[in-house]
Design a protein around this ligand. Structure first.
Ligand code: ADP
Ligand code: SR1
Ligand code: MG
Length: 417
């Protein structure tokens, strides 16, 4: 094996790779004879291996030069592993409790090693499908989002620090272009990649493509996504990017990270919770109508936003050292409060708009979510997807009429099911 050259690994060749790397070997207590390696990647893009020995463990994630769930026909830069590592390190520094530690990075091989999130950690989306409540989820996710977003914004950073970091993450352009295409464009036009629960949603997908008011609003969001370097965002913060137990919440998979609008992260998380809500009827059975669970999801949506807003404002009050709102001008009570209120109001409307766009792309775009896909009965699936799509279209177009998250939750409750 030549060092410094890219080669895709498999469960066998990874053993040789680890043996040739003293740091990785030492993480396994140098017990390489009793190594187990298992590929577990169930995400859309990459290959993920769990590596364990009797004395240690880690996860290796490798990016191949294409999108895994589509195949080699959709090439994708392997540099994404570099940006994922960079974002994990930066977000981990700011929020140690909710981001796995990175142990190793290999640029030419487009791979990195990180902490293995052991069972009972599971992907949040799977827990939501199974109907499991996570009492600390809102607390943890609001903390993660408040810390990572506030501390990488101009509310906390100097213009010089901020511009330098923005410039570095501009290198993640291919992943940004991918999101521009699949979230903000393809769903609104005919695209060979689009799919939906056909024939039941044929007319609904067509209605999205014919909705000019919707297209005007999504253009506003696309422009904000491409042009606003507000903070270092995760960039793909759906419920498949969070691993949970009843007392631990870990955010993985920030390969789409770049300096973008904060609302794209908060919206991704809340929008995916709303999808989980609408999917519940498809997972109900005689023993459990999922009624109580739906209420828990709605409470979690409300708590996440309200706690985020509180924590973000507290950080602002305690550490307003950035160049955006200079203390010398804005520290007086008659300015500080309105400045914060305006900022949070805009962020709330961005959150709703981006959250709605993320819902729409998961119903009529290329990549769908297991919340709906695991509903085997396609008529039942379409029956869950249609109200979710209708709600998302309304939310995207009318986001600015909502003042509070409980108004949004009330609107969800009013959707006939
Ligand atoms: P992709 O970039 O392809 O979306 P993910 O980062 O989402 O890949 O990881 C795919 C799967 O690998 C996850 O759904 C999870 O099951 C597993 N996984 C990823 N990172 C870890 C980790 N640190 N610990 C345990 N399992 C992990
Ligand atoms: C082909 S689109 C694959 C999607 O999976 C990732 O999680 C991103 O959301 C991306 O858009
Ligand atoms: Mg993923």
């Amino acid at each position: 094996m030549e060092p410094g050259e890219f080669r895709p690994l498999d469960e066998k060749s990874l053993i040789e790779y680890i043996k040739a790397n003293p740091h990785l070997s030492s993480l396994l207590g140098n017990q390489l004879e009793e190594l187990t390696i298992k590929e577990v990647g169930d995400g859309n893009l990459n290959f993920v291996y769990i590596v364990s020995s009797p004395s240690g463990s880690f996860v290796i994630k490798q990016a191949l030069p294409y999108i895994r769930c589509i195949g080699e026909s959709w090439p994708m830069t392997t540099e994404r592993a570099y940006f994922e590592t960079l974002a994990l390190k930066e977000h981990g520094r700011l929020c140690r409790d909710h981001v796995p530690e990175v142990y190793h990075f290999d640029g030419p091989m487009s791979l990195f090693a990180m902490r293995y999130l052991k069972p009972p950690h599971i992907i949040l989306r799977k827990g939501l499908i199974a109907g499991v409540e996570y009492p600390l989820l809102a607390q943890h996710m609001s903390e993660y989002m408040a810390k990572t977003l506030f501390c990488t914004s101009l509310l906390y950073r100097s213009t010089t620090e901020h511009k330098k970091a923005v410039a570095e993450f501009c290198g993640n352009v291919e992943l940004c272009k991918h999101t521009e295409q699949v979230v903000f464009s393809d769903a609104y036009k005919v695209s060979p990649y689009n799919r939906w629960t056909s024939p039941y949603l044929d007319r609904d997908a067509e209605a999205v493509r014919e909705d000019n008011a919707l297209k005007l609003e999504v253009a506003v969001l696309k422009s904000k996504f491409s042009e606003r370097a507000q903070a270092l965002i995760h960039g793909d913060l759906h419920t498949g990017s969070v691993m949970v137990t009843s007392d631990s919440t870990q955010v993985i998979d920030p390969e789409f990270a770049f300096y973008g609008p904060m609302g794209f992260d908060i919206g991704a998380f809340l929008g995916n919770l709303i999808l989980a809500f609408f999917a519940q009827d498809g997972h109900s059975n005689e023993g459990n109508d999922r009624g109580l669970y739906k209420q828990w999801i709605l409470r979690t949506i409300e708590d996440t936003w309200n706690l985020f807003q509180k924590k973000f404002t507290t950080l602002w009050n305690e550490s307003s050292v950035g160049d955006a709102y200079l203390m010398a001008i804005y520290s007086t009570p008659d300015l500080q409060l309105p400045v914060q209120q305006n900022y949070i109001k805009d962020l709330f409307h961005d959150t709703l708009g981006f959250g709605a766009a993320k819902m729409i792309r998961r119903i009529v775009g290329v990549a769908h979510v297991e919340d709906f896909e695991l509903i085997d009965d396609v008529i039942k699936r379409a029956y869950c997807e249609r109200p979710a799509l209708e709600f998302a279209k309304m939310l995207l177009k009318e986001r600015c009429r909502f003042q509070t998250i409980d108004q949004v939750v009330s609107a969800i409750k009013e959707v006939p099911s």
